[in-house]
Design a protein around this ligand. Structure first.
Ligand code: 5GP
Length: 220
């Protein structure tokens, strides 16, 4: 498929602060696929790798999908203030490590976050303007169950737990700035792309604007 980012043929590159692009959804609503598409096609955005106490699933890689730690380590990291946000999800702990993110944001690096609504709220509480929260809805709950089953990674009991959790997660849709129904992955990707492109142009992020405009207005 052709790249769908806005073609940026401009030779003027202004300094910019990075943004925190949050993609939340109940599991199975397509956020993993959309995230992968974004990361593969956009060199300016990088995944924030969370820390979790949940056991590793087949195919997952420590340090790539998550940093897998035990509960004692997680609790120590909380006590030391190492997380930008953390929350309990499905009985396991998840957290966003602070290290590397804050500094990289200042240098113009964007981050993609796959975190739940609790984490999104926490992030927004202290750095609201830099957080762009997007929620993906499945077209129906039947479709969601079907997608979860076809992944083949979880038992029926776990799937039913995830369905219950999905209803709960969906009920927090209004905590987001953007809400999309993912009934077609390419169409959804285009919309996510449009949000990211527009948000990058917000005046708050374009830290190089003042100098640029000052030069622009300098008398000949
Ligand atoms: P999973 O275990 O299926 O990878 O993720 C379960 C849920 O935990 C997903 O809804 C995901 O968005 C959420 N999650 C993953 N990492 C974090 C994190 O660092 N913080 C918070 N608050 N939620 C997370």
């Amino acid at each position: 498929m052709a790249e769908t980012a806005l073609p940026d043929t401009s030779s003027v590159e202004l300094a910019r602060r990075g943004l925190m692009f949050v993609l939340s959804s109940p599991s199975g609503a397509g956020k993993t696929t959309i995230s992968r598409m974004l990361l593969e096609r956009d060199p300016h955005i990088r995944m924030s790798v969370s820390v979790t106490t949940r056991p590793m699933r087949p195919g997952e890689v420590d340090g790539r999908d998550y940093h897998f730690v035990d509960r004692a380590t997680f609790d120590r990291m909380v006590a030391e203030g190492q997380f930008l946000e953390h929350a309990e999800v499905f009985g396991n702990m998840y957290g966003t490590p602070r290290a590397q993110i804050e500094q990289a944001l200042n240098e113009g690096q964007d981050f993609l976050f796959d975190i739940d609504w609790q984490g999104t709220q926490q992030l927004r509480q202290h750095i609201r303007v830099h957080v762009v929260p997007v929620f993906l809805l499945p077209p129906s709950l039947d479709e969601l169950r079907h997608r979860l089953k076809s992944r083949g990674t979880d038992s029926d009991e776990v799937i039913e737990g995830r369905m219950a959790r999905a209803r709960d997660e969906i009920s927090h849709w209004d905590a987001y700035d953007y809400v999309l129904v993912n009934d077609d992955i390419d169409a959804c990707y285009h919309k996510v792309r449009a949000i990211l492109d527009a948000e990058r142009l917000r005046i708050e992020r374009q830290t190089g604007l003042i100098d640029f405009v000052r030069d622009l207005m300098r008398p000949d």
